[in-house]
Design a protein around this ligand. Structure first.
Ligand SMILES: Cc1cc2nc3c(=O)[nH]c(=O)nc-3n(C[C@H](O)[C@H](O)[C@H](O)COP(=O)(O)O)c2cc1C
Length: 315
C-alpha cells in the first residue's frame, strides 16, 4: 500500500502537493476535490486593505509568466471573518500567509492571526515587488532573522518562512530563518523579471518590473532547494515551476519534503489533482512504498560539487 503522506515538522500532510500562495482560492472547488490536496495555502493577507499594483499585473513570457500583483488584500479582519470559515469547510490543514510593511506590524500580524483554524503561518517575507525593510525581509539574513524571531515570540503554531530567490546568499538567509525558529522553509517566491512590448516600447507590467514563475524557473529554484537542504535541518517546501509529477519527484530528491504549485494552476486548474495521481502512478510503477523516503535521495555522494560557490564569492 503506497503511503503518500509527508510530515512538515508537527504537521502531517496526506500528500506533498499544496497550492502556492496567490494561486489558489476555494473557487477551485467547482473543478477539483479540494480535500485531496496536502494542505490549503491562502493568498497573502496584510493588515489593511491594499489595492495592489497598477495594471497590467501579469504578462506571459516563454516558459511562464511575470506578475506584479502587489499583494492586494481585503485586510486581516476580512480574512478572519470571511475567508477563514470558508477554508475550514475543507479537511486539509490551512496555511495562512501574512505580510507586513514593517517589523512591528509583522509581529502584530502573527499575534492577530494566531487563532483556531489556522494550522500553519507562512510568512511572506519575500514579495519581490516590496522594498527591503518594507515587506521584502528575505534579501538579508539579519532582516529575516529579526522577523522570524518576532513571529516566533507570538505563536506556537508552525511557522514556514517563504524565502526570496532574489537574495544574494539565499543559503545564509535560510540558516538565519532556521536559527530564529522557523519550522520549515518555503523555497521560493518569484524571481525579479521584466518584459517590454516592442510595438509600444512600453514595459508590459504597470509596475515595470515583476516576479517570474513557471517552468523556466524550476532548475534555478531546484538548485536553491538542493543547496539549502545541505545547510539546514528543518523541512523544505519546494516552490517554482512545477507542472507535473516528475517535477515534484525532482524537488523531493533535491531535498524538499513537500511542494507548492502556482503558475500551472492558472493554465490548468485541475493540474494539482493530475499531479497527485501522477505521483501515485510514478511510485507504484517503481515499487516505492513511502514517498517521504525520496526526500534528499539524490544519488550524488560520489560527485564533487564545489564549483557552485564560485558565483557567490569575491576574488
Ligand atoms: C499571480 C501570482 C500571485 C502570487 N501571489 C503571491 C502571494 O500573495 N503570496 C506569496 O507568498 N506568493 C505569491 N506568488 C508566488 C507563488 O506563491 C510562488 O512562490 C511562485 O509563483 C513560484 O511558483 P510557480 O512557478 O509554481 O508559480 C504569486 C504568484 C503568482 C503567479
Amino acid at each position: 500500500m503506497l503511503d503518500l503522506s509527508v510530515r512538515i515538522g508537527q504537521v502531517e500532510l496526506q500528500n506533498p502537493v499544496m497550492p502556492a500562495s496567490g494561486a489558489f482560492s476555494t473557487e477551485y472547488a467547482s473543478v477539483i476535490d479540494i480535500n485531496r490536496l496536502g494542505a490549503l495555502v491562502a493568498k497573502t493577507v496584510s493588515r489593511n486593505f491594499r489595492a495592489g499594483n497598477p495594471p497590467p499585473r501579469a504578462a506571459e513570457v516563454e516558459g511562464g509568466m511575470i506578475n506584479s500583483i502587489g499583494l492586494p488584500t481585503k485586510g486581516l479582519q476580512y480574512f478572519l471573518d470571511a475567508q477563514l470559515p470558508d477554508y475550514k469547510q475543507y479537511s486539509p490543514p490551512l496555511v495562512a500567509s501574512i505580510s507586513a510593511e514593517d517589523a512591528d506590524d509583522f509581529q502584530a500580524m502573527a499575534r492577530d492571526i494566531n487563532v483556531p483554524g489556522v494550522d500553519v503561518i507562512e510568512i511572506n517575507i519575500s514579495c519581490p515587488t516590496r522594498k527591503p525593510g518594507g515587506g521584502n525581509f528575505a534579501l538579508h539574513a539579519e532582516h529575516a532573522h529579526d522577523i522570524v524571531t518576532r513571529v516566533r515570540a507570538e505563536t506556537d503554531k508552525p511557522i514556514w518562512a517563504k524565502l526570496s530567490p532574489n537574495a544574494g546568499e539565499i543559503v545564509d538567509v535560510a540558516m538565519a530563518a532556521e536559527d530564529a525558529g522557523a519550522d520549515a522553509l518555503t523555497v521560493a517566491n518569484t524571481i525579479l523579471a521584466m518584459k517590454i512590448n516592442v510595438n509600444t516600447f512600453r514595459p508590459a507590467l504597470g509596475n515595470k518590473i515583476g516576479g517570474m514563475s513557471g517552468p523556466a524557473v524550476k532548475p534555478i529554484v531546484l538548485r536553491m532547494v538542493y543547496q539549502i537542504s545541505k545547510a539546514v535541518s528543518v523541512p523544505i517546501i519546494g516552490c517554482g515551476g512545477i507542472s507535473n509529477a516528475e517535477d515534484v519527484i525532482e524537488y523531493m530528491l533535491a531535498g524538499a519534503s513537500a511542494v507548492e504549485i502556482g503558475y500551472v494552476n492558472f493554465r490548468n486548474p485541475t493540474a494539482m489533482i493530475s499531479i497527485i495521481n501522477g505521483l501515485e502512478d510514478w511510485c507504484n510503477k517503481r515499487g516505492i512504498r513511502r514517498i517521504a523516503d525520496l526526500t534528499g535521495a539524490v544519488r550524488d555522494g560520489d560527485m564533487e560539487t564545489d564549483t557552485y560557490v564560485a558565483a557567490a564569492q569575491g576574488f
